[in-house]
Design a protein around this ligand. Sequence first.
Ligand code: AP5
Length: 208
Amino acid sequence: MKSVIVLLGPPGSGKGTQGEKLSEELGYTRLSTGDMLREAVRNGTELGMKAKSYMDSGALVPNDLIIGLMKEKIAQAKGGVILDGFPRTVEQADALAQQLDVDLALNLDVDDDELINRLTKRRSCPQCNAVYHLIYNPPKAEGVCDKCGGALYQRDDDKEETVMNRLKVYRENTMPLIDYYEKKGTLVTIKGVGSIDDIFKQVEKAVQ
Ligand code: AP5
C-alpha cells in the first residue's frame, strides 16, 4: 500500500473530495495547505495575514511560507500521509523530496469548463472543511453541513474572475509537476469526471 500520496490536479478537480474519502478509508493524515491557510486567515495569525492577499487574488502564497509550514506538519504526522495542494511548484517538490519519498502522485484530470462549473457552485464548511456542490453533491439541508451542522459559505476565491486566475496560475506553476513526477515513475493520472464514487474506485486501485 502506498503511504505517501500527493494529490495533483487543477483547482476544483476533486483533490479535497477524494483526499477526504481516502483519508477516512485508510486512516491516513490528510494535510491540505488550502484548509490550513484558510484557518490561519480566519484566526488572524501572522501566516494568515501574509497569505490573505495572495489567496484572494488566486495567486500562490510564497514558497518559503508554505515550505516551512509543511515541513513542520509532515514531521508531526504519524503513519500514511495524503498531501492535498502541496507541492504546487517545482521548488516545493524539491523541498518535499529532501524530507521524504513520494510513493504516488495522483493527478486528477478535468477540463476547464467543468472546473469553472464546479468551483462557482461549490459551498464549503468553515468548521470541518467538508465541501459540497449545489447540484452534483448538495447538502441534505440547504446551507447546512451534513457532517457537523456548520453554516456553509462560498469561498472568496470561488468567484468566477478569481477562478480564471487560479486556472492560469495552475497552468504556469503547478502543471510542470506532472512531468516532474512522471520522470520519477510515481505519476498516475485519473480522469476526474464522473460520479465521486466511480472516481474513488480508481483512486483506491492506484494506491494498492
Ligand atoms: P486550495 O484550497 O488547495 O485550492 P485548489 O487547489 O484551488 O483546490 P480546490 O480546493 O479549489 O479544489 P479541489 O481540487 O480540492 O476540489 P474539491 O474536492 O473541493 O488552495 C487555495 C489557495 O491557497 C490557492 O489559490 C493559493 O493561494 C493557496 N495555496 C494552497 N496551497 C498552496 C501551495 N502549496 N503553495 C502556494 N499557495 C498555496 O471539488 C470542487 C467542487 O467540485 C466541489 O463543489 C465538489 O463537491 C465538486 N466535485 C468534486 N468531485 C466531483 C465530481 N466527480 N463530479 C462533480 N462534482 C464534483
